[in-house]
Design a protein around this ligand. Structure first.
Ligand SMILES: O=C(O)CCCC[C@@H]1SC[C@@H]2NC(=O)N[C@@H]21
Length: 268
C-alpha cells in the first residue's frame, strides 16, 4: 500500500510521487531532477529505509513517520537557495500547529510547543521532532533544489545527539498523511513569501519570531572546534550570529547547536 493520501491531499501547482517504500526521498528526487524533471514535485513514502540526515548522518524513519521531499528547479545562486530551508521550517511549523489544534485544546499548557532551531530543525517542548535536509545540484544550467523533511510522527530515535520526541509521545494522535497534507498547503504559502530569495527578509522575521534559544547561551560545534557565546540573531544570508563575551559578532555558516547553561558541556 502506498502513502494513503485523501482526494485533496496536495496543493494545486505541485505534482506528487507517492511510494510504499523508498531508500531516500531526497535521493529519488535528485535522480528525477537529473532525468529532466522540472518540479515542483513532492516525493513521499510510507517507509524510508536509507534516510539521509545532515552531517552525513542516517535518518531513521520507521513506517508511520513522515518522510518527504519537495523538488524545486530554479535560477538562483546556491547561497540563496540555502535560505529556502528557513521557509521550509516555517511551513512545517505552520502545518504542525494546524494538526495539533485538538491536542493543544485538550492538553492546555502540557500540550506541544513548537520552536525552530537553527538551521533547519523543528523542536517540540525542547526536543527534536523534525529535521530538514537541503541538497542542491546544477543541472542543465539551472539549480535543482531538494528539500527533504522528516518528522517523528509515531516514533522517535533514541541516543541521538539532541534528544528526540514524537508527536504521539506529545499526545498528538495524527497520521503522517494528515501532516503531509497540511505541509504541502503551507509550503505553497511560504515558498511564495520566499519568492526566489527576494522575500528572505520577511522569512527571516517570521523565523526569528519562532526561534529557539534566541538571546541565550549557545555552543556550536563545527568539526573539531566549539564556538561559545550568546545566540544574537540570524543575518540576511541565514548565518547564525554568535555574540562573544567580549562583544564580538561571529557569523556561523554550519555546525551543531547546543543551547542553555549546559551548552558548552554538551558540545564537548
Ligand atoms: O539531519 C537532519 O536533521 C535532517 C534530516 C532530514 C530527513 C529527511 S526524511 C525525508 C528526506 N529524505 C532523506 O533521506 N532525508 C530527508
Amino acid at each position: 500500500m502506498t502513502f494513503a493520501l485523501g482526494p485533496r491531499a496536495i496543493s494545486a501547482g505541485c505534482k506528487l510521487a507517492a511510494f510504499d517504500q523508498l531508500g531516500s526521498t531526497n535521493v529519488e528526487a535528485m535522480l528525477r531532477a537529473r532525468g529532466g524533471e522540472g518540479g515542483p514535485i513532492w516525493f513521499v513514502t510510507a517507509e524510508q529505509t536509507a534516510g539521509r540526515g545532515r552531517r552525513q548522518r542516517a535518518w531513521i524513519a520507521p513506517r508511520g513517520n513522515l518522510a518527504c521531499s519537495i523538488l524545486e528547479v530554479m535560477d538562483v545562486q546556491p547561497a540563496v537557495a540555502a535560505t529556502l530551508g528557513f521557509a521550509a521550517g516555517l511551513a512545517l511549523e505552520a502545518a504542525l500547529q494546524k494538526v495539533s489544534v485538538e491536542a493543544a485544546l485538550r492538553l492546555g499548557p502540557q500540550g506541544p510547543r513548537y520552536a525552530l532551531k537553527w538551521p533547519n530543525d523543528v523542536l517540540a517542548n525542547g526536543k527534536k521532532l523534525s529535521g530538514i535536509l537541503l541538497e542542491a545540484e546544477a543541472i542543465a544550467g539551472r539549480l535543482a533544489v531538494v528539500v527533504g523533511i522528516g518528522t517523528n510522527v509515531v516514533a522517535a530515535p533514541e541516543g541521538t545527539p539532541t534528544p528526540a520526541v514524537s508527536l504521539a509521545a506529545l499526545g498528538v494522535q495524527i497520521a503522517a498523511e494528515e501532516l503531509f497534507a497540511a505541509l504541502s498547503d503551507a509550503w505553497v504559502d511560504f515558498r511564495g513569501i520566499w519568492d526566489n530569495g527576494r522575500g528572505f527578509a520577511e522569512i527571516r522575521r517570521l523565523w526569528l519570531a519562532r526561534a529557539a534559544g534566541l538571546g541565550e547561551p549557545v555552543a556550536i560545534r563545527t568539526g573539531t572546534a566549539t564556538l561559545e557565546g550568546t545566540f544574537d540573531t540570524i543575518d540576511d544570508t541565514g548565518c547564525l550570529i554568535v555574540r562573544s563575551a567580549d562583544g564580538r559578532r561571529m557569523p556561523v555558516t554550519a555546525g551543531e547547536v547546543y543551547f542553555g547553561d549546559a551548552a558548552s558541556a554538551r558540545a564537548t
